[in-house]
Design a protein around this ligand. Structure first.
Ligand SMILES: [Zn+2]
Length: 573
């Protein structure tokens, strides 16, 4: 190795160890350690070291990496798998006794919010050798659909969440009826016939309606009539006697049962009196002996009501731990907003890579381990609403992918390059600069190539560029339509740009979908939220199977979405 290369190698290594900045003294001591005979020549070497360090410090980190990759790949360090974080202790937790639950409502596709909640509840159960319930909150027949149950089961499995028990609340309708009757007999619930608008207005004013004073026998009679089909949907509901003056409006005589004239996807048309969410969830949490509930702070107002329902029927209450509600920058999670995007024709399906649905994240190339790490490190146990930037999740994902993703040459918006005096040949290069388990690949070339127009933009005649792993080329004519160069000697150096290339006659056309955030400011739709970039990739790309995530060098990590049309989705840089 020439002395300049030796200096360059250690300058790059030192820069990459210090966020892109190399230090002269550190570089000096490294080169002397490698070649002790240089010790006597320090004075003479100093100006060269200084010059090279300055040049390295003016490069981007990507460029530093790229250069070191060819010069001394053994010095590159790829961060190992991220370490698992410890969660803060759970209050009132007894080892072996903790029971938590995953309570999805199967009325839409699973999204990242469900994933984060599921991961927390699961992590705590396992931390205390406890148990986990998967319980579908499916007592709204109009909203629930079979495909949504499956979306959650699949999503939890993808996250490697293993639940111990599973049930649907809709299996327990008879049980809910028994508890309702018990509460009516206690004189703590009544059948109300007020129209919806009147109930709303009285609740707002904190006033009781005339039905609250019906006696127990009357209420039992009406309750029976509800089951006998004597009332239609909307004509009668069962309300809990709470406190019409409570500051917590959920306590103002909430409805606990109503009539729904709609078939349920699992239990069919057998029932038409259905419990509302708070009632079904409180009873089920009691029945399943749930000890701890971790959920977002928007549920905080419901704790009082749910505890009150369980107190009435003599069940014990769980410990609630509320964490901040989260939002992702530029990305709605609400079903209504995502549906509007589909209906407006801006996205085709719920697994669109711009969507925060689990299928959307998976298709984009986000790994379940990254979602887990993100959840355990980012969730704040406070009430403040938080807006997350996607870049945090991407950086965790990148740390996992970087040491294991195969590298391929890809030239987006390609331009032809002809190199005179270059003999045709074949090179064998690694799929990964340091991870030798990923193997080697061969590329056959002639004197004609494709390179990216982005690299051509900055080229001038007489510039020297380096075709990575292959040869240096002196530019003769840097036209944006076709570049002509001539082979020049030498190897990788700090003042020569290193670019990716593919052989002109042995390359494959590839389409890359590049997703971005859906909303710009507020809810203004981002017109560039899904760009399509076309280019050529090296032939070895035919080995890539659907779902593999590769790195197109100096372009980004991309997941293979279709091998038939050779479509990739860009995960992130
Ligand atoms: Zn009423």
């Amino acid at each position: 190795m020439k002395i300049e290369e030796l200096i360059l190698k250690w300058a790059l290594k030192n820069a990459l160890d210090h966020e892109g900045r190399a230090y002269q003294n550190a570089v000096l001591s490294k080169i002397i350690r490698e070649d002790p005979s240089l010790k006597t020549r320090i004075k003479e070497l100093l100006p060269t070291v200084e010059e090279i360090v300055n040049q390295v410090n003016s490069m981007s980190i990507d460029k530093q990496k790229n250069l070191l990759e060819e010069l001394a790949p053994e010095l590159l360090v790829y961060e190992k798998k991220i370490e698992e974080k410890k969660l803060p202790p759970l209050p009132d937790a007894v080892r072996g006794r903790v029971v938590t639950r995953l309570p999805p409502e199967p009325s839409g596709y699973m999204h990242i919010g469900h994933a984060m909640s599921g991961l927390l509840n699961y992590a705590y159960a396992r931390m205390y050798d406890g148990k986990v319930w998967l319980r579908f909150e499916d007592t709204d027949p109009r909203k629930v659909k079979l495909e949504y149950y499956e979306s959650f089961r699949k999503g939890y499995k993808w996250l490697k969440i293993e639940w111990d028990y599973e049930k649907n609340n809709s299996e327990d309708i008879e049980l809910f009826y028994d508890y309702a009757e018990k509460i009516i007999e206690l004189g703590r619930a009544y059948v109300c016939f007020c129209p919806h608008e009147k109930i709303k207005s009285l609740r707002r004013k904190g006033l009781e309606c005339e039905h609250r004073s019906q006696d127990i026998d009357e209420n039992l009679k009406y309750w029976k009539m509800m089951h006998d089909g004597r009332f239609r949907e909307g004509e009668a509901i069962v309300r809990l006697i709470g406190d019409m003056k409570s500051q917590n409006t959920t306590m103002r005589d909430p409805a606990i049962f109503r009539i729904v004239e709609h078939s349920h996807p699992i239990v069919g048309a057998r029932y038409h009196v259905w419990p509302l969410y708070d009632f079904a969830a409180s009873i089920e949490d009691g029945v399943c002996n749930i000890t701890h509930i971790l959920r977002t702070s928007e549920f905080a107002l419901r704790d009082e009501l749910q505890n009150y329902i369980r107190d009435l029927v003599g069940m014990s209450n769980p410990t609630y731990i509320e964490y901040s509600r989260f939002e992702f920058k530029g990305t709605p999670v609400s079903k209504r907003k995502l549906r509007a995007i589909i209906e407006a024709g801006l996205a085709e399906r719920w697994d669109d890579p711009r969507f925060p649905t689990i299928e959307g994240l998976r298709r984009r190339g986000i790994l379940p381990e990254a979602v887990k790490e993100f959840t355990l490190t980012q969730t704040g146990f406070s009430y403040a609403k938080r807006e997350y930037d996607w870049s945090l999740l991407y950086s965790l994902n990148r740390k996992i992918l970087d040491p294991i993703a195969r590298r391929f040459f890809f030239t987006p918006s390609p331009v032809k390059l002809k190199v005179e005096e270059l003999e045709p040949g074949e090179i064998t290069i690694p799929y990964h600069p340091t991870n030798s388990s990923l193997g080697m690949r061969k590329i056959c070339y002639t004197d004609e190539f494709y390179i990216s127009s982005l690299d051509v933009e900055n080229m001038k005649d007489r510039d020297i560029i380096r075709l990575k792993y292959l040869a240096n080329v002196k530019i003769v004519n840097a036209s944006k339509y076709e570049v002509i160069g001539v082979r020049s000697g030498g190897g990788p150096a700090q003042n020569i740009p290193i670019i990716q290339w593919v052989p002109l006659h042995r390359s494959l056309k590839v389409k890359v979908l590049v997703p971005d955030i859906l909303y710009l400011d507020g809810e203004k739709v981002n017109p560039e939220s899904l760009r399509i970039i076309e280019g050529y990739a090296e032939e070895n790309i035919v080995e890539v199977k659907v779902d593999e995530i590769v790195q197109f060098e100096r372009f980004g990590f991309c997941r293979c979405d279709s091998t038939i049309d050779r479509i990739f989705i860009k995960t992130h840089d």
